[in-house]
Design a protein around this ligand. Structure first.
Ligand code: CMP
Length: 140
C-alpha cells in the first residue's frame, strides 16, 4: 500500500444537521488524516464545474441545486490506500445498499442527499484536490 490523498466533501444535508464532527471521526478512526479542510458555500458555477463529469446524467441539475443549498465542508484525507479506505468508510452511494456502520448507512437521507463525496480514483483525486485547494493549503 502507498500513502495516498483523496478529496472528501461533507455535503449540505450533513452540514445542516451539524454532524460534520461525527463524520470526520469515522475517517480518523479508520486511520485517515485530515491534511486540509475548509467550509465553503459553493456557487452554481463551482458545483457545475466540480460535477462536470456527470453533466449528461439526468440527476445533474438536482445535484447542482443540492450542493449549493447550504455550506459544505471539504477535506483532503491522507493515509495508506486513502482512496479505497475513504470509500469503504463512506459506504455505497445509495444508503439502502450501504454496509452497517458506514457514513451513508448511518447518516444519508437518500441516494442524492447522501452526506459525503469521495474521489473514486487516483486520477480523479488529483483533479478534485487541485480544484478545491492550493498546494500551500495542504499541510500534513
Ligand atoms: P457523489 O459521490 O457525490 O457523486 C455523484 C453524486 O450524484 C452522488 O454522490 C449522489 O449524491 C448524486 N446522485 C443522485 N442520483 C444519483 C444516481 N441515480 N446515481 C448516482 N449518483 C446519484
Amino acid at each position: 500500500m502507498t500513502i495516498e490523498r483523496t478529496l472528501s466533501i461533507i455535503k449540505p444535508d450533513a452540514t445542516a444537521r451539524n454532524i460534520t464532527g461525527k463524520i470526520i471521526s469515522k475517517f480518523e478512526d479508520a486511520g485517515l488524516r485530515v491534511v486540509a479542510q475548509k467550509r465553503v458555500h459553493w456557487s452554481q458555477a463551482q458545483a457545475e464545474k466540480f460535477y462536470e463529469v456527470h453533466k449528461e446524467r439526468p440527476f445533474y441539475g438536482d445535484l447542482v441545486a443540492f450542493m449549493t443549498e447550504a455550506p459544505i465542508s471539504i477535506q483532503v484525507l491522507e493515509g495508506e490506500g486513502a482512496i479505497a479506505k475513504n470509500r469503504e468508510v463512506m459506504g455505497a452511494t445509495n444508503p439502502e445498499d450501504a454496509a452497517p456502520g458506514t457514513v451513508r448507512a448511518e447518516f444519508a437521507e437518500n441516494i442524492e442527499r447522501n452526506s459525503v463525496h469521495g474521489s473514486d480514483s487516483a486520477e480523479n483525486a488529483a483533479i478534485e484536490i487541485a480544484l478545491c485547494f492550493d498546494e500551500a493549503e495542504i499541510v500534513g
